[in-house]
Design a protein around this ligand. Structure first.
Ligand code: AP5
Length: 213
């Protein structure tokens, strides 16, 4: 099974993907997390990605597509995958369809998590992320039990550089120009499900599971 989570920066893709992993036993493949891991490890990929991420721009397609397709080829992905943050434009979506088609597979559903712009900005402004396992928290909506520490693994929490207001504005611009057209792409393919992403993470997850069932 391959499920794509679509939505603007801060819509809750990462939060919902982690909940779906628990509920459905699938593997989360998050392109942003893969880039941040490479950045932490100071690999060539990480250094290149940083140049784009810090400006709120998309990392070039050739690099991103290669990285994600390699990850999808790893054995654990045979269980089924939740794609979070990929594809991000039509070119990536077509490359993914082609690669899956070559294995007689395909995207089962694309879930669009719809959230208003005001709420997105509020969520990104209060986000804290675990350096170790990438779990997301929010300082008021979903705080960790101990300030600065991840509930799941005890790792250190930090605020992402690209959550600064000026970079968030750019990320939203890029989302509307490049990623939002995927809503039509998956609608035409008969695969789109739309879920209201407002309310608590648990409420959104209930809607998402209902839509997928
Ligand atoms: P990426 O890491 O993919 O970031 P994004 O898409 O901008 O999404 P976010 O991680 O910001 O948000 P999210 O929807 O996962 O929300 P979350 O669950 O964390 O990409 C970063 C960069 O990497 C890109 O700008 C680009 O440069 C590069 N990149 C990545 N993929 C790429 C690709 N395919 N091609 C090219 N470049 C790529 O939630 C946000 C906050 O809200 C958290 O604090 C959370 O606790 C809180 N929250 C979640 N749900 C709720 C709720 N229901 N109520 C209240 N608060 C909530």
């Amino acid at each position: 099974m391959y499920i794509v989570l679509l939505g603007a920066p801060g819509a809750g893709k990462g939060t919902q993907a982690a909940m779906l992993v628990e509920a459905m036993g699938l593997v989360q493949v998050a392109s942003g997390d893969l880039f941040r891991k490479a950045l932490q490890q100071e690999t060539e990929l990480g250094k290149t990605a940083k140049l784009y991420m810090e400006k709120g721009q998309l990392v070039p397609d050739e690099i991103t597509i290669k990285m994600v397709l390699e990850r999808l080829g790893e054995p654990d992905c045979k269980k089924g995958v939740i794609l979070d943050g990929f594809p991000r434009n039509i070119k990536q979506a077509m490359a993914l369809d082609k690669a899956l088609d070559e294995q007689s597979e395909g995207i089962d559903k694309a879930v669009y998590i719809k959230v208003t712009e005001g709420e997105l900005i509020k969520r990104l402004g209060g986000r804290w992320v675990c350096r170790n396992c990438q779990t997301s928290y929010h300082e008021t909506e979903n705080p960790p039990k101990v300030t600065g520490k991840c509930d799941r693994c005890g790792g250190e929490l930090y605020q992402r550089d690209d959550d600064k207001p000026e970079t968030v504005r750019k990320r939203l611009e890029v989302y509307f120009a490049e990623t939002a057209p995927l809503i039509e792409y998956y609608t035409k393919a008969g695969k789109l499900l739309e879920v209201n992403g407002e309310g608590s993470a648990a409420e959104v997850n209930k809607r998402l599971l209902a839509a997928l069932s």
